[in-house]
Design a binder for this molecule. Structure first.
Ligand SMILES: O=C(O)CCC(=O)C(=O)O
Length: 214
């Protein structure tokens, strides 16, 4: 094979790799931060490459819905759009199926079960947010578990603080970044995406959870 053909084939392969949003390796790339009381956070910047297309596909294809919630005497809009894929549901994009599988394989020994549900949140701008909370509806209230979040679009800070008081810390989550909250994190710490007056673009958060954690 002459040099030109080899070069041509190599660039075709490169193009194919760029066109398909891809996942980098998890092992050896994740960085763990130990928190208090058995909670920890793993972070991997830029886990997904080619995330522009993925972001646009999700904006278009996910059945986003607005929710309302009771706030004292009033009913108010939940400040973000939501979508939920329960156990066994076909996910809206093949890359999310791959991500769920990769996370399940990587954390299998620690978690002892696969990630099986996917929640998506669409933060349209800095006015959209989620207040301080832990994912304690279900088993996360009493048991150690994991919640993995893939962040796409504009960078926002995922804030964390110990439940009951203590200093907060923030993890800047950019386009294609992964964060995994593990151990006792859901019941001993709280997390939030706070509103900001800074001009920020839209962001999608994709959360992978095991069965019975919400
Ligand atoms: O947007 C995020 O990354 C956090 C989402 C979250 O905490 C939740 O939906 O429970």
């Amino acid at each position: 094979m002459d040099q030109m053909t080899t070069h041509f084939q190599a660039s075709l392969l490169e193009e194919a790799a760029v066109a398909v949003a891809g996942l980098g390796p998890l092992a050896r790339s994740l960085r763990r931060t130990e928190l208090t009381r058995g909670a920890w956070v793993d972070v991997l910047p830029g886990w997904v490459s080619g995330s522009d297309e993925l972001f646009l596909r999700l904006v278009d294809t996910v059945p986003w819905r607005g929710e309302r919630r009771q706030m004292y005497a009033r009913e108010v809009d939940v400040p973000r759009l939501l979508s939920w894929y329960g156990e066994g549901a076909v996910l809206p994009d093949a890359v999310l199926e791959q991500a769920k599988q990769a996370l399940s394989e990587h954390y299998r020994d620690d978690l002892g079960e696969p990630f099986c549900t996917v929640g998506l949140c669409y933060y349209r701008d800095g006015r959209d947010s989620v207040a301080w909370h832990g994912d304690t509806i279900g088993r996360g209230k009493h048991e150690d578990t994991m919640v993995a979040i893939l962040s796409l679009g504009a960078a926002r800070r995922l804030m964390l603080r110990p439940r009951g008081g203590g200093e907060s810390m923030g993890f800047a989550l950019g386009h294609g970044d992964l964060i995994v909250m593990g151990g006792s994190c859901q019941r001993t710490w709280e997390h939030a995406i706070l509103k900001t007056t800074r001009p920020v673009g839209p962001r999608i958060s994709v959360q992978f959870r095991p069965r019975g954690v919400r």
